[in-house]
Ligand binder design. Sequence first.
Ligand code: ADP
Ligand code: MG
Length: 414
Amino acid sequence: LPPPAERVREALQATFGFSGFRGVQDQVVDRVLQGQSTLAVMPTGAGKSLTYQLPAVLLEGTCVVVSPLIALMHDQLRSARANGIRAATLTSVDADWRETLDAFRAGQLDLLYIAPERASQSAFRDLLSSTRISLFAIDEAHCVSEWGHDFRSDYRKLRPLLDAFPQVPRLALTATADHHTRKDILKQLGINDDGLIIAGFDRPNIRYAIRSQSGLDQQLQSVIEETPGAGIIYAPSRAKVEQLAEKLAKTTGRPVLPYHAGLPAEVRASNQAAFIASEDMVMVATIAFGMGIDKPDVRFVAHAGIPKSIEGYYQETGRAGRDGEPSLAIMFWSGQDFARARMRLAEVDEARQQSERQRLESLAGLIETADCRRAVLLRHFGEDPPAKCGNCDTCLEPVDVIDATTLAQKLLSA
Ligand code: ADP
Ligand code: MG
């Protein structure tokens, strides 16, 4: 029997300090507490973690959370423990496996975070049989789909584990899933079509703008100088990150740091910490930067080159303005970006080519549109937005439609 509504509200307040649910959180939590498997599509910052952490506290047994990155797991672990939730991770960098296993077997854990590759190990399945599991939460669930923008084959190993515990409900969570990806997640994870809950994707405080890349350094300098507050510039390569960070530090006089996977771990950690603490720092980064970073006052996100997809674009720009204050998302694209993307397309295996090509076409559609950017974005995510938002470049500045059309033809001719 699901816990009564007062008990749920009380735990929400007592454990998390929240006075109420946001958006569709209550619908998702409701379903989970009733034991119904669910796919929740909620934008970044909408509060997906709560939708499994609260049931984890309320339900008997342990909630097993699948998460793709060790760093993400440890962030979650810290915040869960800070709320007094009994949580642990079993990753390659954890030294306290024995304690964790003992606590788990004794039924003393609310949450256990694991990486997807763990799921396929028979020893892990046996371990789960040794105690009561309340819920399987699958975070970043788009990783299970080849249609998704971040497919990870290890996510495919989850299904046999889930099926071994048919009585345990499944909660799949993602911020970014178009129609195809959603369908596929439901299928891959064995969740009924009527278990889909979608939150609104609009971020009205973000102003969208897309420009040509010519004079990039100068344009980025202007963005930085005209936008007080912290910002992120996404660059397509490590070399470009280094080059832009060095140059912009000189030309703007703002604190500017680089972040990419080629930097030593301690440099990455200290640059990230400096950014989170700063009110005016600019981080020039590859897309390695950002997942799990909860900084509410990022005032701009700039793309110095095209993102991988509309999903990626939405996720990356979504790091701006989480506090609801006016913020800017500006992308600088070039025909060369598309040429490079098309070359990469030729390298992926045939099964993925179709979806990759479609992703690129959707992105080109967003770039070349003379219509409202926000409307194009939201329609991509299955919404039915007003024709004009009044807070993007195409709504605010007149666009040369003829240019846009020839541009589209150029981008898509492979
Ligand atoms: P997501 O995973 O969807 O990107 P998170 O779970 O990381 O989002 O939550 C984003 C932020 O929102 C966190 O700081 C979290 O504490 C906060 N939050 C979540 N739910 C609520 C709520 N009901 N009321 C207030 N703040 C909330
Ligand atoms: Mg999350």
